[in-house]
Design a protein around this ligand. Sequence first.
Ligand code: ZN
Length: 366
Amino acid sequence: MNNYFIILASGQSKRFNSSKLKQYIIYKNKPLFEHSIEKALGSKLFKKIILVVNNKKQINKKFPENVIILKGGKERSDSTLIGLNYIKKFKPSNVLIHDAARPNFSIKLLKNLVRSLSKNKAVIPIINTNDSIKYRVKKKLFNLKRENSFSTQTPQAFKFNNLYSLALKQKAKIQDEATLFIENNFKIKFVKGENLNSKITYLEDIKINKTFVGIGFDIHRLVKGKKLYLAGLKIPFHSGLKGHSDGDVIIHSIIDALLGAMRKKDIGTLFPDNKKKFKNIRSPKMLNTVIEMINKNEFYINNLDINLICEQPKVSKYRDKIIKSLSKLLNIDTSLINLKGKTVEKLGLIGKEKAIACEVICSISQ
Ligand code: ZN
């Protein structure tokens, strides 16, 4: 095991529209570059892991002793050479060069790259392109044949001596180390890369999938002579729920959970019960207003978990109907809704069938 891992984290992030340099942005709860260090450490493949950064002062975490932090150069190729120059004294056999902007590679890929180096001088992971690519020569446009084109990823694995001698004599700016081998007509072994191992280039790349949760609770008294509405359905029962509206505790709890997840206060603020226009308003109509807010703010619902707290009616009897109704009202698949029935051992108002309560947790993403 005479392998070394160089992580390049000294880019200027010109396409990354943020006040913070891309490599230090918090991604999945830690600075972007740390993911690469953790994977390399976890693989146990490397004698040393070299992190090349713009400013060593920006790294305030203590890493294990075999993690070395170096100050990088002006261009990517300068930083690579700084890393290679540093490890030269250890007489390395193999070196992997990796771009810190790719945090999602697997340890399996690292092992595959190192294994393939035993018979090759350069091993590069590639993936087929899904986009159709055009290119221009002077004023003429051409289509690139998709079956002949692919993109290269990092980590890229090399025999140290081969890479080092090429890196020493390179003159032009290069995008990656594979380019050096290609331009010098050296043989490259291509292995299958990973679709998840995409490069974070734009701020939007990591802004997707912000997830929030919300909680809702509601309780209404049961009174004789009223119809019982649950989840927008009329349910045969000896009493109905009293309230300014139809008293639908399931929908009211869902509304509060969704508003909570959106951080938009609560149902009472949105539909004040001292306002005449909301008197006897049907709950599905209120829910619809909230769903419009969800859509307008580009949220989508991941799931709902509902506890209906009552002695009667029995949830098991109406579960499928209730879930179907909610799926329709919320415009989400039934598999994303879970409904549990909970009795209270005949205790209190709920136990005496004088009230029904409901609690809901939901998760939404933007
Ligand atoms: Zn209510």
